[in-house]
Design a protein around this ligand. Sequence first.
Ligand code: NAP
Length: 306
Amino acid sequence: MDIQYDVVIVGSGPAGLTAAIYASRANLKTVIFEADTPGGKLTKTYEIENYPGIVKIAGVDLAMQMMEHSTSFGAEMEYEGIDAIVPHEGYFEVKTSSGNIITTKTVIVASGTRERLLDLPHANEFTGRGISYCAVCDGAFYKNKDVVVIGGGNSALEESLYLTQLVNKVSIVIRRDVFRAEPKVVEKVRNNPKISIIVKSLPDSLIIEDNRVKGMVIMNVETGEKTEIPCEGIFPYIGADPSTGFLQDLGVLNKAGYMVVDDSMETCVKGLYGAGDVVAKDLRQVVTATNDGAIAANSAARYING
Ligand code: NAP
């Protein structure tokens, strides 16, 4: 049987793009499938300060550089989603969202995560006009206005710092009294005069006037007391869930939906690998994603070469 590819890579974030570099440099016929913007979460990140060798770079610039690099050794790029992966003896069928079926010897899934959406009445309706999940994309719409950021992880805090360059004031609302983000970022946030921090509070409802977001009601988790925060923009950064819907039937996911892999990034299905944020692990960073991508591609090469 004529198998079309050695490696199909699902997703073009840092993990997928690195896998493409390593696979194509190992002379494997490689294709990357991307359903969204190439570069993954990098394109929604203002700045990266912890990728070794580059002191500071805009997320979108690093994404572009990785993109160019990833296809420079012959890997192909297709702009399509993947609906299913079907394992067969010695090969896989990969079904694309347009109904095509691609055959490949191995698959590296680097499909990342999707941000959790704000679960409040009217939140969907006002997404893109008052509620935004991408400060880098939409921050400019809120120039000199007051905004609220929800969440205390790296994303919430780093994007809050970015927003301070544009907006009048950022109120960060966290549900505990401790942050999840790196201490250096927390320090910057605490020292920024444009940021105020509201602890032990959860979003309760949106304040809508004249069909526009005019604020948010938050509720103290201990006292139940409700407080109105006037604002024109709300940026929820409340974590993310793995993009693994198309892997449900393969027995490769843990309860939370993340891929379970071994040291070679291989799942319990031979020839199927996971890399990057989609994998069950402790540390989700650009550098750990690139690490995973390199290992997965190297493992795929070994598997193909017997
Ligand atoms: P995260 O680290 O999971 O943080 C999510 C935040 O949202 C937490 O503060 C969490 O509170 C809060 N939260 C969760 N559900 C909530 C709800 N329903 N209502 C209100 N608040 C809620 O997510 P993230 O910041 O998106 O980061 C995802 C991963 O990418 C992490 O591993 C992170 O380290 C990594 N990342 C790294 C960088 C970097 O290194 N520069 C940048 C961005 C992201 P609790 O703390 O109380 O659970």
